[in-house]
Structure formats: C-alpha cells, structure tokens
Design a protein. Structure first.
Lengths: 114, 117
C-alpha cells in the first residue's frame, strides 16, 4: 500500500477559511515534503520538514510532523480561490545518493470557493 | 531559468507504436526522475538517474519501458510497443543534491499526456 496516505481525499471551503490536510506514513523517514498540483500542470514544491523538526512555517503554510504517530499535517491559513489545487505529501526515506526517493500519497483535492 | 522542459506536451498514438518522451532538466541539477500519474495508481516513480547513471529502475513496469540519459541535459523515456494501459501523464523532475547539504526538493516539468488508442 502507499507509504503516504492523505486525508481527506477532497476538501471544499470558503475563501478566508483555513484548510487542513493530513498525511500518514508507515516507515521511518528522512524528511517529508508537500507539493501542490494545479489542474493540468506539474507539481510544485511547497515545503520540506525534516524528521528532527516538529513544525515549520512558510507564508500562509504551516506544516507539523509527529514522527511518533507517523503523521504530518499541512495548514493553509486565510485560503484564497487561487489555492484551489491538489496537495500531495511525499515521504523521503533517505538521501538520493543512498537510494532514497520520494514516495507520493494520493493527494487531497482542495476547492476554495470565492 | 527555464525550468524542466518536457516534450511533447500531448501525444496520441495507436497501440503497438513506439513512443518517445523527452526531458531537459534544470541546468546544473544532478538528479533526474521520471514519474507516471494515473487516477488509479497516483504518482509513481519509474526510474531515476544521478549524473546520467540510472540508480533505481525498480518502478519501470515492464521491458517495454526504457529510459536513457546520454548527457546531463537530456533524457528520454521510450515505450515500445505501447499499449492502451500506458495512457497516463508522464512527468520528469530534477533535483540538485551535490556539494554540501543535501537538497531534496524536486522541480517538475509540465508533463506529457500520453493517450494510446
């Protein structure tokens, strides 16, 4: 099964509200990353959190990581219609030069209504 | 900076034909990844290269798929012969992980939407 599983699969909110997406994984990780994909486009990296970090911020994004529960959450505050996209978590088991690679979850489809 | 470039953006072909997808990574990046995205299976890593050398091809579905990276600025993913179940969006991504602290962020191209009839 998938290393990363996301919840919910779909989320619909009003502009200005906060959006929270969750990701659970199964094995120990080196880092966890979140990506955004707009319809018909490639993925765009949003934020990376290392296994020894618990929380990280970037603009309106807040990511938390709980390695004891093997879970992460992405919070988007004061959402905008332009935030409408699919959001993916990706777990990285180790450095790429040691065979590490990204394993993506199935994604959360976020719809922000104006 | 042009970003990762993929061509063609769309490809429609008939079953049994050979398909070649192309990717130009970001200049200076030393890792290149090929992914496939479908509704059923999500985003799957097919193969990745480090300094033009294939590191892990365990995600390549079968012998009909092959990938090459003849130099640092070009890679191809070939499907021969193609089948309808190969229909998907294929993404190329690159990353810079050398010289000092490892960097894990991947930069994705716009993808090639492949339809096999």
């Amino acid at each position: 099964s998938q290393q990363g599983e996301e919840d919910p699969q779909a989320l619909s909110i009003q502009e200005g509200e906060n959006a929270t997406m969750n990701c659970s994984y199964k094995t120990s990780i080196n880092n966890l990353q979140w990506y955004r994909q707009n319809s018909g486009r490639g993925l765009v990296h949003l934020i990376l959190i290392r296994s020894n970090e618990r929380e990280k911020h970037s603009g309106r994004l807040r990511v938390t990581l709980d390695t004891s529960k093997k879970s992460s959450s992405l919070l988007i505050t004061a959402s905008r219609a332009a935030d409408t996209a699919s959001y993916f978590c990706a777990t990285c088991l180790g450095p790429y030069n040691q065979g590490g690679k990204l394993i993506f979850g199935q994604g959360t489809e976020l719809s922000v209504k104006p | 900076d042009a970003g990762v470039i993929q061509s063609p953006r769309h490809e429609v072909t008939e079953m049994g034909q050979e398909v070649t997808l192309r990717c130009k990574p970001i200049s200076g990046h030393d890792y290149l990844f090929w992914y496939r995205q479908t509704m059923m299976r999500g985003l799957e890593l097919l193969i990745y290269f480090n300094n033009n050398v294939p590191i892990d091809d365990s995600g390549m579905p079968e012998d009909r798929f092959s990938a090459k990276m003849p130099n640092a600025s070009f890679s191809t993913l070939k499907i021969q012969p193609s089948e309808p179940r190969d229909s998907a969006v294929y993404f190329c991504a690159s990353s810079l992980a050398k010289s000092g602290r490892a960097k894990y962020e991947q930069f994705f191209g716009p993808g090639t939407r492949l339809t096999v009839l």
